[in-house]
Design a binder for this molecule. Structure first.
Ligand SMILES: Nc1ncnc2c1ncn2[C@@H]1O[C@H](COP(=O)(O)OP(=O)(O)OP(=O)(O)O)[C@@H](O)[C@H]1O
Ligand SMILES: [Mg+2]
Length: 497
């Protein structure tokens, strides 16, 4: 191999476009790569100023922008990244490395400027930054509170929800070794222990667990937490905790429990009322029959114009009224006897209407029936359900003073397994303040002697026993709609009617 001095070829061999500048910024030389890349001949460059070629400018760059004064002053190399545009208008990033070439006296004789195209790296950096910003955004906007701490408990990150939940500002928490104080005594250690064991979601993970944290005011807050260790090259570098405040959930549960308790109390009250009603009705029924028979006999025996006649007629009428009340009380109490059959609810509604066929109140009422064409199979006590519909229909007719429309709709939702029955009237409606009371026993707005107020409470009891619900769907001075929901029975071969 031919022996040659590599120093001679060094400049020409540089793979980066390179210029040699005199201290006054005059171009003294250009590498072959420079001439190739920027399309200049050496003649066109030598003697021109660097800014004329690099920035196509007639004036030197501002001192803060130009690295050369610094190189001249310090005699040390420097580099800077410059954003420019290529001939096709695309973004270009160049790393301009300036290295001083010292003369024999140690002064800067020339400066070598290499232009390295770092566009690819720079664009990757920009992409990476964008991805990082996006990830940070996800963490920042998470509804769950997120805290990241290093292995010494120094807080590295706290998102907005965490700042709210724990009551800290970034200034108070980030960079501070306070992770331990975010838990009840021993809590942080217990979390770390669990994180390092396999039994709580795998090593490095802690599945959702309920615990208490301490906020900046020292208050204990119940939370649901899951956590993980963040590893880098197999080493533990940080921990991340995700917390959800349990207070709203606990509040709702408390309210539900209270509602459940009130409902239970109400149904116990209704049950004991039922027993009482049954007892009273039973005891009163016989003496009432006696009074009625005796008073009717007396009436028969009295002269037509006897002065006693009116009083005894009153006794008969009042006794009949008492018997009606007793009958209602018995119906109310009889809810405890329960037959179980499977039947089509459409048939039950039809039966209720046919019982009421002769009822004077129904004579001027238009009845619309909108029944689902398919069978609406229901399980329970046929007779009790007839009583439900007769009660509701009578109430409707009373609310309309015997004139108007009653519409009964019966449908089902097969996937949900429910039957829906709506009974609408064009009556006077129910005042808002009465709605919570209408299912209470003995609540009536009818004038004395006209209603016992047991109708709807009987209806309510029967529907509940059938696993259903009843409510006022809507009511206004134009009318009222009651909605009954009952469980739909699937009729299989072995459970045919
Ligand atoms: N369809 C309706 N439209 C308007 N108000 C109604 C309707 N149904 C019930 N109500 C109101 O609810 C009250 C309670 O009804 P419920 O059937 O329990 O007793 P009642 O009809 O007054 O007496 P009873 O049924 O013993 O004859 C009624 O007095 C009435 O004020
Ligand atoms: Mg009624």
């Amino acid at each position: 191999m031919e022996n040659f001095d590599w120093r001679e070829r060094l400049f020409e061999s540089l793979s980066f476009p390179t210029l040699i500048l005199a201290p006054d910024m005059t171009i003294a030389g250009a590498s072959k790569r420079f001439l190739e890349k920027y399309g200049y001949s050496e003649k066109e460059l030598i003697g021109r100023k660097c800014y004329q070629i690099l920035y196509q400018s007639g004036q030197s760059c501002p001192e803060s922008f130009c690295p050369l004064p610094n190189v001249l002053a310090t005699k040390k190399g420097t580099s800077m990244i410059r954003k420019t545009t290529g001939p096709d208008g695309a973004e270009l990033y160049e790393d301009r490395v300036c290295s001083p070439i010292l003369d024999d006296r140690g002064a800067v004789g020339y400066i070598m400027v290499s232009l390295r195209d770092v566009t690819r790296t720079k664009l990757l950096e920009v992409e990476l930054q964008k991805t990082n910003d996006f990830l940070e955004n996800i963490i920042a906007s998470s509804v769950a509170a997120i805290i990241v701490a290093d292995m010494k408990g120094v807080i590295l990150l706290m998102n907005e929800s965490a700042r709210k939940l724990f009551g800290y500002t970034d200034k108070m928490a980030v960079g501070k070794s306070i992770a331990e104080y975010l838990y009840t005594p021993g809590g942080a250690r217990s979390v770390m222990k669990k994180l390092r064991r396999p039994g709580y979601g795998g090593v490095g993970k802690l599945h959702t667990t309920e615990m208490r944290i301490i906020n900046s005011l020292g208050e204990e807050i119940p939370v649901e937490m899951n956590a993980s260790i963040i590893y880098q090259d197999g080493k533990e570098v940080a921990t991340m905790g995700i917390y959800n405040d349990l207070r709203p959930k606990i509040e709702i549960e408390k309210k539900l429990k209270e509602a459940e308790r009130i409902k239970l109390m109400q149904s116990n009250k209704m049950a004991s009322l039922g027993h009482l009603a049954a007892g009273v009705a039973h005891e009163i029924n016989n003496p009432l029959s006696g009074i009625l028979i005796d008073a009717s006999l007396m009436l028969e025996e009295l002269d037509k114009d006897s002065p006693m006649r009116r009083q005894i007629e009153d006794i008969v009428a009042d006794t009949n009224r008492c018997k009606d009340i007793v009958k209602n009380l018995l119906a109310y109490s009889r809810q405890t006897e329960f037959k179980k059959e499977i039947f089509n609810i459409n048939g039950v509604i039809e039966q209720a209407f046919s019982f009421l066929r002769e009822h004077a109140l129904l004579q001027n009422i238009t009845i619309n029936k909108e029944f689902s064409s398919s069978m609406l199979m229901c399980e329970g006590d046929n007779n009790q359900l007839i009583q439900v519909f007769t009660n509701l229909i009578i109430n409707a007719t009373q609310a309309m003073n015997g004139k108007g429309n009653i519409t009964v709709r019966a449908t089902k939702d097969k996937p949900k397994g429910r039957i829906y029955i709506e009974i609408s009237d064009t009556g006077c409606g129910i005042p808002e303040e009465d709605i919570p009371k209408i299912f209470d026993p003995f609540f009536t707005t009818k004038e004395e002697g006209k209603g016992t107020g047991l109708g709807l409470s009987t209806v309510h009891g029967i529907i509940e026993k059938h696993g259903g619900t009843i409510k006022v769907k809507e009511t206004s001075p134009e009318g009222t709609t009651f909605l009954i929901e009952l469980p739909l029975v699937k009729v299989t071969e072995d459970r045919l009617i």
